[in-house]
Design a protein around this ligand. Structure first.
Ligand code: ZN
Length: 93
């Protein structure tokens, strides 16, 4: 199937962009990388890995480098330092 090659290339690009976004100290550039990564995934209909999806703010696309994390009543609250958006995740055991 020719599509599997496209998906393989897309996954490589996604990983590359993700790694660059984490390494990069320029937040504007990081956000750009994440946005690009999401658009590739969307176009190719690829579901991003959970570890990737959980590592950046869904609202402003800033990677959570030094986020505020709190656990309260079995829910993890992650607050984005850039836009202040709070993400709530149930604690998984
Ligand atoms: Zn944010």
């Amino acid at each position: 199937m020719k599509d599997s090659i496209l998906i393989k290339i897309s996954n490589e690009r996604i990983n590359k962009l993700y790694n660059e976004a984490l390494k990069c100290s320029d937040m504007d550039l990081s956000r750009r990388y994440i946005t690009l990564m999401e658009s590739i995934a969307k176009r190719m209909d690829i579901t991003l890995e959970r570890r990737i999806k959980l590592s950046y703010c869904k609202k402003c696309k800033t990677p959570y480098n030094n986020f505020n994390m709190r656990i309260k009543n079995g829910v993890i609250n992650i607050k984005c330092n850039y836009c202040g958006n709070i993400r709530r995740l149930p604690v998984r055991d």
